[in-house]
Design a protein around this ligand. Sequence first.
Ligand code: CP
Length: 330
Amino acid sequence: MISTIDMTREQLENLLESALRFKRREDVSKPLAGKSVALVFFNPSLRTRASMQVGIYELGGNAVVLEPGGTSWTLEHRVGAVMDSDKTEHVAEFVRVLERYCVAIGVRTFAALKDWQEERRDPVLDAFAKYASVPLINLESAMHHPCQSLADMMTIREKLGTGRKRVVLTWAWHPKPLPMAVPNSFALAAAQMGHDLVIAHPSGYDLDDELIETSLQAARAAGGSVEITNDIDAAFTGAEVIYAKSWGSKQFYGNPEQDLATRAQYRSKWIVDEEKMSRTNNAIFMHCLPVRRNVIVTDGVIDSTASVVIDEAENRLHMQKAILARLLGG
Ligand code: CP
């Protein structure tokens, strides 16, 4: 489970149905009884860590949580590295030892936002995949966050029913550049589900070209569409879903000061507020969380009845149980 790229519409629908069955408590199976799953966190987390641990427990299993450089050794991932600096263990041993104990490995490894061409290839997750013979679950990498995007698709289905919706992914100003995993995965999954996806961002904040091309093809195949605009006002008009997220510009990876100087002009305009929401088609407001209030979204919107962010976070639990049951339920 690296991303949803290779998943068919039928597989996506099956996961949504399975997650909804877990949520309704129609499925109380324990496919992980007697099994352990490793969860490796290079970065902080609330939702992913808590929902994975609880989900594994509810499926009858045991979670082994490791934080390289904290509760486990610092990790090197580069092939051929001469490890005479700060890295104690190589992913080559780490993964192959861990899979002697655990039936799957989940990994969180954010982009460092230093080198776009390198990070867009997801080098750390790729190193885990190279050595793993057990299922690998992406808990947010440099480029993808499939557990989040699948929970997002579940939330849209739950709140608005089946059928294509006008789904707007909008960039928002934030006081530092952030990775693109969430917007990438959301765009891809919304396209795969056949929604009419609008991606709104200021000029220069484009998502990955290959990801956009894949999303365009997926949307065409699923009967939906993808539109990209720099006009936030036009994007909000008629929207049924507003999904807010900030991300850094590809051109400024390794140069955060220039990104911050460039984005300063967008602070007052690129925020989700009551005025913009009033021009939607009674849109729900979504965000993966954590969110900076009155920066990404106003209190008035996130505390309104339009906001579904808490249900969205809850759905991480049910969707991840569906993913774990599918991968490991054998
Ligand atoms: N949305 C999300 O992945 O939250 P955490 O970073 O808290 O896990």
